[in-house]
Design a protein around this ligand. Structure first.
Ligand SMILES: C[S@@+](CC[C@H](N)C(=O)[O-])C[C@H]1O[C@@H](n2cnc3c(N)ncnc32)[C@H](O)[C@@H]1O
Length: 245
């Protein structure tokens, strides 16, 4: 796996600040108000309308699920009633602490959370999960990671953690880059609205670049949804090992 210096010092610094300042609106920038009820309801709906149908279509076993970039557990908690165990990993310790508090306050025992410095750390911390994850998902996370090497690192880890017949459900922003996007990207933060600033801005990627990285990680694409949008999702699984002739 390629290592990268883009770890805690990069994303984690921003996300630690976001978690302390205003976690709900930084996690879900489309929130109309800072209403926790609306925030948790959005997670419940995503699980009901998006994750569970995907899980059913691909006949995913309901053993262990894992989220990369779980935030405060908006999706982990509603998913936990459908799996034996759900594990959430995130780069920001304050997000993880909030998720742990929510789990203990609400007596939810089949979830666990860990703060990770990046893909290599996740691989190390989750080594007991190697080949055991039935459903791995990451929504609204990879779109914020500026360094492709970090994404490649996570794809490699996904290849190690997924069960033989497990799937991963991964969201990217693959809208084509246009002039306005380049201008926004190069403008200093001070001139930009807060959700366009570094750390929280969405980074557009070419599908070809993502697909190459998926294949390099020993994974194959089993499906995709809404290509070339801000909410492009890939369904990936472990590629069958080539048989020597
Ligand atoms: C927009 S929030 C989404 C949280 C959650 N997936 C949800 O939909 O509610 C993005 C999360 O990704 C985490 N994150 C950002 N960069 C990360 C990285 N390199 N590794 C792991 N988590 C990361 C942030 O700390 C934050 O909690």
């Amino acid at each position: 796996m390629r290592s990268s210096s883009h770890s805690r010092e990069g994303s984690a610094g921003y996300w630690e600040k976001f978690a302390q300042e205003d976690p709900y609106t930084y996690i879900l920038t489309s929130l109309k108000s800072n209403d926790p009820g609306e925030f948790w309801e959005s997670g419940r709906q995503t699980v009901q309308q998006e994750l569970l149908p995907t899980i059913a279509t691909h006949r995913v076993s309901r053993g262990v699920a894992m989220e990369i970039g779980c935030g405060v557990g908006r999706l982990v908690f509603p998913l936990s009633s459908h799996f034996q165990e759900v594990v959430g990993a995130d780069i920001a310790e304050s997000m993880i602490q909030r998720a742990q508090c929510f789990a203990s306050d609400n007596g939810i025992g089949n979830v666990s959370f860990c703060a990770v410095a990046g893909p290599e750390d996740l691989l190390h911390r989750a080594k007991n999960c190697s080949g055991r994850i039935d459903f791995l998902y990451s929504l609204l996370v990879l779109q914020h990671i500026p360094d492709m090497a970090v994404i490649e690192g996570y794809l490699h880890v996904i290849g190690v953690l997924l069960a033989e017949d497990g799937i991963a459900y991964l969201q990217f922003d693959t809208r084509p880059e246009n002039f306005a996007y380049h201008v926004k990207t190069w403008m200093p933060d001070i001139l930009l609205p807060r959700f366009w600033r570094k750390g929280i801005r969405r980074i557009r990627r070419h599908p070809e670049e993502i697909e190459l990285a998926i294949r390099r990680a020993g994974l194959e694409i089993a499906g995709e949804l809404t290509r070339l949008t801000s909410y492009h999702r890939y369904i990936v699984r472990r590629a069958p090992k080539a048989v020597a002739s």
